[in-house]
Design a protein around this ligand. Sequence first.
Ligand code: ADP
Length: 167
Amino acid sequence: MTERIGVYPGTFDPVTLGHIDIIARAQQVVDKVIIAVAGNEAKDPLFSVEERVNMVENDIEHLRGNGWAEIQVVVFDKLLVYFVQDMQASIIIRGLRAVSDFEYEFQMAAMNARMQPDIETVFLMASDRYQFISSRFVKEIARHDGDVTHFVTTHVSDLLIKRFSRP
Ligand code: ADP
């Protein structure tokens, strides 16, 4: 049987417990999960792409091995459908939170399907404990010295504190 490869693309600025939950669920659906960290200079990320890759690598450590689906973390900076083809993947994995995500995700999935009909987009829902978490609000809270340890790992929380600490 051919290996089912899924690409989970995102900015991961920073990676949250919501993202990690989706990654663990994706492992139930595909044989290999490729976490595609977008360069996304247009979004002016707080962390560099290297920092974001390192954060993801660190936070998924516990999801490797034990016969679980393989995980690979890679940077991508091209049209998603081309990247998915390069990776010989056939599935795009996206997380769906509330209604607010729907419009954007719906348009993206539909346009990707028109460009590359062989690629299927699969939407996964995070556990209700994590569904409301967004990287944007995590950054806002951390910027104002709030505690984000309910939303990200302590490793990411420490990096946020460091990033926003004033001399
Ligand atoms: P992007 O810039 O592509 O939206 P993000 O890192 O913000 O990148 O999100 C990547 C994917 O993860 C998106 O599909 C987003 O909807 C999903 N996602 C983010 N946070 C959560 C969460 N708390 N629960 C479920 N899905 C999430």
